[in-house]
Design a protein around this ligand. Structure first.
Ligand code: PEP
Ligand code: MN
Length: 361
């Protein structure tokens, strides 16, 4: 079609902008929704790429699974009206073909696809000889080999521009996040692939609106190259991921509230390996503290239970068991028994304090 050819985007130039801002709905739902979102995003003056899910890999059946091929012309139209290049998720060879037929500018591999080497290989095969840039989300499980393996498969297909998207990792039990960021893994991945674009996806990390800015800020502080944030003209009524989407206008406020690195900030190349290691330590510490806090919340629940059943707070036998379990792993973990004893004593004392508070309440 003649009209579409008029939109010429220098995509490598777009991708080299820092910070790169990708936004758009979790899912393309209707033509009107896609166009209205794109127009309002363009009006913010801050968005570089329009994203939308066309095929949605959903955890459970029965959720909205995307509009499929019929949504692709909506994105072409959105690009034509706003000039924004488009990005979608692909999970099969056929989806790659359809996306390319419809002029999509950037493809991304979703977290549920990155975990499966067969699927990644199928996508990579469909990308042979194609110029389109590909962003690869981290797998849902915290496995850098798997993430790196997906990068290698796509690179072997000849794709020149590959980027990474850090969207957090699923974990069992309630955490503050929908997908735990485990920042140290993203940092490690960045160190393994120096120079590769690294985008943060606060929407899928948070799973809600109120933490988006905090997570995006952290990503910027960690020298990520940009963020991908979901937006929708009517977030509350979105067909997927309603809780984490924001209107384009709210997105603008959020972006304006971020403290962006200034131009005269130290260039990433000049940060020494030593400082990088220190940053990693800080992030591991943050996560240790989160885990300890989670442990105390479990101790609180046990405290309630013991109180109701009139059981003593201190149960020496249980405590010996906990220490024994840790001792058995000491060597493998490279930790001394002296350290484990001191560590568990401190933890135990804090648990007892927590439970005592519950007994006295
Ligand atoms: C998405 O970006 O809408 C998506 C499905 O993300 P993820 O693959 O990170 O779950
Ligand atoms: Mn989503």
């Amino acid at each position: 079609m003649e009209r579409e050819k008029m939109v010429v985007t220098d995509i490598s130039k777009v991708l080299s902008k820092k910070p790169l801002i990708i936004s758009g709905p979790c899912s393309a739902e209707t033509e009107e929704q896609v166009l209205a979102t794109a127009i309002r995003l363009k009006a913010t003056g801050k968005v570089d790429v329009l994203r939308a899910g066309i095929w949605k890999p959903r955890t459970r059946p029965g959720s909205f699974e995307g509009v499929g091929v019929q949504g692709l012309p909506w994105l072409q139209q959105a690009k034509e009206i706003t000039g924004l290049p488009t990005a979608i998720e692909v999970a099969t060879g056929k989806q790659v073909e359809e996306a390319l037929k419809h002029d999509v500018d950037i493809l991304w591999v979703g977290a549920r696809t990155t975990v499966n080497p067969f699927s990644v290989q199928e996508v990579a095969d469909a990308l042979q000889g194609v110029k389109v840039p590909v962003l690869i989300k981290n797998p849902i499980n915290p496995d850098l080999e798997l993430w790196g393996g997906a990068v290698e498969r796509v690179a072997k297909a000849g794709v020149e521009k590959i980027g990474l998207i850090h969207r957090g990792f699923s974990s069992y039990g309630n955490t503050e996040f929908r997908n735990a960021p485990m920042w140290h893994l993203a940092i490690d991945m960045k160190l393994r692939h120096p120079g590769m674009l690294m985008i943060n996806d606060p929407s899928h990390i948070c799973g809600n609106r109120h933490m988006l800015q905090r997570v995006a800020q952290k990503a910027i502080d960690l020298d990520f190259d940009g963020v991908m944030l979901e937006s929708h003209v009517d977030p509350d009524n979105a067909w997927s991921d309603a809780k984490q989407q924001v209107t384009p206008e709210r997105l603008l406020e959020l972006l304006e509230g971020i403290n962006w690195r200034t131009e005269d900030a130290i260039a990433p190349e000049t940060i020494t390996a030593f400082e990088k290691l220190r940053t990693q330590i800080d992030h591991v510490d943050d996560e240790l503290l989160q885990l300890v806090s989670r442990r105390m919340k479990l101790a609180d629940l046990i405290g309630e239970y013991k109180k109701e059943n009139n059981v003593t707070i201190l149960q020496a036998k249980r405590w010996t068991e906990i220490l024994e379990r840790a001792f058995n792993k000491a060597e493998e973990l490279g930790l001394s028994k002296e350290f484990l004893t001191r560590y568990f004593d401190a933890i135990h004392l804090e648990s007892i304090n927590h439970q005592t508070k519950i007994y006295n309440s």
